[in-house]
Design a protein around this ligand. Structure first.
Ligand code: ADP
Length: 258
């Protein structure tokens, strides 16, 4: 175990002048399940996207697995960083008309530059691995269905299987359950917890519902207007903290109470 990620004084100002991150600093240890909370617009998604250089931070330092990722310039260097950092999204980002298996196999493409990847050719090992990852998220029997025939929760499980193809050290989950109904939220979160605990993959997730945070996070950071206002264990988020993070009058809407 050691420090996997160290973010120091990170700033992001968008070209329209919005200062979305204002001096964010935190560390993530290997194996943690870190959840980022905060109101909509507080900078959670911007932070996620800076971590794998989908967005270029304006200034600050990001050290990941011992290397300074702000120093990466070439597309090759950034591609190799993205191989180590998997990502899943609120809207799943699957290719709707392709099979589930093909979608999962797409996860290996980031690691290839050669003709086979352009042609979409995959080795027997890659096929076996894709099926193995689908099995891990309990959905192997759907391998040959088209992705658009699946429910939202099943789609997100496919997206997790796809991310696993990269054998990532870190998985970023940007609002992974925000489009799902309450019961399905738990299924997807349980699989994220499984890959965190069984495969030792560090997870950083943005979540809306505090009840989910309490159930799944090993540690929490809260953003407000682009700054970290709370760092701690989920059980340390008292009502007072909740009001500081979300504002007076905010209600803890749990998925179970919807
Ligand atoms: P959250 O994920 O917490 O909802 P975001 O990171 O999406 O917050 O947004 C933080 C702030 O940055 C908001 O004010 C948002 O409007 C702004 N923002 C996000 N993306 C962009 C963008 N591509 N261009 C300009 N402003 C943006």
């Amino acid at each position: 175990m050691g420090t996997l990620l160290k973010v120091t004084d990170l700033h992001k100002t968008y070209p329209n002048g919005v200062h979305a991150l204002r001096g964010v600093s935190f560390e993530v240890q290997q194996g943690e399940f870190l959840v980022v909370i905060g109101l909509s617009g507080s900078g959670k998604s911007t932070l996620m996207r800076c971590l794998n250089r989908l967005q270029d931070p304006s200034r600050g330092e990001i050290n990941f697995a011992g290397s300074d990722i702000m120093a990466l310039k070439s597309t090759d260097q950034i591609r190799s960083l993205r191989r180590k950092i998997g990502m899943i999204f609120q809207q799943f980002n699957l290719i709707p008309r392709q099979s589930v298996l093909k979608n999962v196999l797409m996860g290996v493409l980031g690691g290839k530059k050669t003709l086979p990847s352009i042609l979409g050719l995959f080795s027997d090992e890659e096929m076996a691995e894709a099926l193995g990852n689908l099995k891990l998220v309990g959905i192997a029997e759907k391998a040959h269905l088209r992705a658009d025939q699946l429910s939202g929760g099943q789609k997100q499980r496919v997206a997790i299987a796809r991310a696993l193809m990269q054998k990532p050290e870190l998985l970023l989950a940007d609002e992974p359950v925000a489009s799902l109904d309450p019961a399905t939220c738990h299924v997807v979160m349980d699989y994220l917890k499984k890959i965190n605990q069984e495969l030792g993959i560090t997870v950083i997730a943005n979540l809306h519902f505090l009840s989910l945070v309490r159930q799944y996070a090993s540690r929490v950071i809260a953003l407000k207007d682009g700054e970290i206002v709370f760092t701690g264990r989920p059980e340390e988020i008292t009502r007072e903290w909740f009001q500081k993070i979300y504002g007076e009058g905010a209600q803890d809407v749990t998925p179970d109470s919807l």
